[in-house]
Design a protein around this ligand. Structure first.
Ligand code: ADP
Ligand code: MG
Length: 317
């Protein structure tokens, strides 16, 4: 199969919301009036971001999901994406599964694949995503204010728990693995939440490298500190059953790959945020507050500070 057959068969779909999609030297798109482009890239590298034996459908899903998650964190509507892909070989069964996973999620979020690049090489998947948002409504990291509540969507730590099992660091029972694997392999980007938080959240970020590390980015950009209540952190029934494990707090606070949103909002928005949670059928939990100073203190159930060599995942440390 030639490179061009491969692109035509697996990566070319109708793109009715673009002036020109896959097949020319560049795609042509137009933003809707009153909006600016929100642009972000995320690359998944075999061995660093996923294990070599990860199934192709899940990989297709996750390659796009991590990018949609950035749009969610920005309060942007995802519209278009490009896919740069290095493949060790043209394995048609793999490509069929990968593109099925990718397009299933793309269709769910009305996102069109409008271009990319295909080369031979060690498996590497890079999406650039283009969204739209009215400039003044974009959810930046820099808007958190003293006294704001800190919120998180969904629950934390399941992906890290599943990964620890796959890497042989812990052993999960079959049911526990089945309950946590979807968080690792098929994270659900919180796009609708990001849109609902326009004009309500004062800052937002998606949790890709662990709550403490990613909240840390908000604190730094906003020049504020945070106090978190460990007992308030939302966790699954599965992880609750694991709380006595010495690593549990680390999965919850520093485990990567959650792809939930962490955001701040004035206390006056509390009720509206709970209404959004009900409307989206997505748990939103208040986990602490923004304070003056710098850094983040996590308090245990007795209001004592929990000590952790915190921070998120850093590729170069
Ligand atoms: P060029 O040589 O001009 O860069 P390519 O041969 O790389 O063009 O690509 C041909 C067309 O296919 C372009 O429109 C490009 O955007 C698209 N394309 C290439 N690879 C992919 C891919 N993996 N997914 C989607 N579109 C792709
Ligand atoms: Mg090219």
């Amino acid at each position: 199969m030639s490179e061009f057959d491969l692109i035509r068969r697996y990566f070319t779909r109708p793109a009715p919301n673009s002036l020109l999609g896959v097949g020319d030297d560049a795609a042509l798109v137009q933003t809707s009036p009153g909006n600016v482009l929100a642009v972000s890239s995320d690359m998944l590298v075999c061995g660093t971001h996923f294990l070599a034996n990860t199934d192709a459908f899940s990989l297709g899903h996750k390659t796009l999901a991590v990018n949609l998650s950035d749009m969610a964190a920005m309060g942007a509507t995802p519209r278009w994406a490009t896919l740069a892909i290095a493949l060790p070989e043209a394995d048609e069964a793999w490509l069929a599964q990968f593109s099925a996973g990718f397009f299933a999620l793309a269709e769910r979020h009305g996102t069109e694949l409008i271009g990319g690049d295909t080369t031979k090489g060690p498996l590497n998947l890079c999406v650039t995503i283009f969204g739209e948002v009215p400039a003044h409504l974009a959810l930046r990291r820099s808007g958190a204010k003293m006294g704001d509540e800190i919120w998180v969507s969904g629950c934390l730590g399941d992906a890290a728990l599943a990964l620890a099992h796959l890497q042989g660091r812990i052993v999960l029972a079959e049911a526990a693995l089945a309950a946590t694997l979807p968080a690792l392999h098929q994270p659900q980007p919180r796009v609708e939440l990001g849109l609902a938080l326009r004009g309500i959240a004062s800052s937002a970020i998606d949790i890709s490298d662990g709550l403490l590390g990613d909240l840390g980015h908000i604190l730094e950009a906003s020049n504020v500190a945070a106090q978190l209540d460990f007992a308030a952190l939302p966790i699954s029934v599965t992880l609750r059953g694991f709380l006595s494990n010495p690593s549990a707090a680390r999965y919850i606070l520093c485990g990567g790959d959650d792809y939930e949103l962490c955001f701040t909002a004035p206390v006056a928005m509390h009720g509206q945020i709970l209404s959004i949670a009900a409307r989206l059928a997505l748990p939103l939990t208040s986990i602490g507050k923004i304070t003056a100073g710098s850094g983040c203190v996590v308090q245990d159930a007795f209001a004592n500070p929990l000590t952790m060599e915190s921070s998120g995942y850093d590729h170069f440390r």
